[in-house]
Design a protein around this ligand. Structure first.
Ligand code: SF4
Length: 235
């Protein structure tokens, strides 16, 4: 019995270590969401319509050349996930691997994001993941304001179609864009809910930042816990 407990504790420690934590959180995650199984979302029966609307939007984007980012891209990275989800993650722009695979968050930062999603009690396919701009900026620089302005309509339409209960923005640029204030500092706003057209928006750090600053994973986990509470709440 005691051996089994020790084995379980060891496993748990290894799990948190794999996430980059140096110890156990004081408040371990409460059981995730009741409906739809372990961490899943109960289908609202609109998934088919939403999926079709997203497909139409993707067709509309086509081979978009709306800004200079079209010149260096391999693929447009539209976004992926459960169209019927209550939780969206929005980053700023695709990186090299994302550009090659036409999928959001599949590189090292994507691994950190996937771990966070799983730690929240979901599978990656339960949520929807997208970026503010759909094409990779050269040398992974930040997207520029005019590029964001050209592209933001697409992610706004994705949000409108999916209509999640909560959006978690990843990093400064996605928070500034959706909140509508280019002066906001991520360190000042993360961890606080904002309103985006009636949807709760929680800014948190970008996973790439967390790779460089693993000690701040605790802060992101705190933000994620607030999101989990919000998802469970009726309001
Ligand atoms: S970043 Fe957006 S607006 Fe610019 S080319 Fe790509 S899809 Fe079009």
């Amino acid at each position: 019995m005691q051996n089994q407990i020790m084995k379980d504790v060891k496993k748990l420690l290894e799990f948190y270590q794999a996430l980059g934590f140096e110890g156990l959180p004081i408040n371990p995650p409460s059981p995730p969401f009741s409906k739809g199984g372990q961490g899943g979302f109960e289908k609202e029966g609109q998934g088919g319509i939403k999926e079709a609307d997203l497909k139409s939007l993707r067709e509309e984007i086509g081979d978009c050349k709306g800004c200079r980012l079209s010149k260096g891209r391999t693929n447009i990275v539209f976004g992926e996930g459960n169209p019927d989800t209550r939780l969206m993650f929005i980053g700023e722009a695709p990186g090299k691997k994302e550009d090659l695979q036409a999928r959001p968050f599949v590189g090292d930062a994507g691994m950190v994001l996937t771990r966070l999603i799983e730690k929240m009690g979901f599978k990656r396919g339960d949520v929807y993941i997208a970026n503010i701009v759909k094409c990779r900026p050269p040398m992974n620089r930040d997207p520029e304001l005019d590029e964001i302005e050209r592209c933001r309509g697409f992610v706004e339409r994705q949000i409108e179609i999916i209509n999640p209960k909560v959006i978690m923005t990843l990093g400064r640029i996605s928070a500034q864009t959706l909140i509508g204030n280019a002066k906001l500092k991520i360190t000042a706003i993360r961890g606080n809910f904002f309103d985006y057209k009636g949807i709760a928006l929680m800014p948190t750090f970008h996973p790439a930042y967390l790779i460089r600053n693993p000690k701040d994973k605790w802060l992101t986990w705190g933000d994620a816990q607030k999101v989990m509470e919000k998802l469970k709440s009726k309001g």
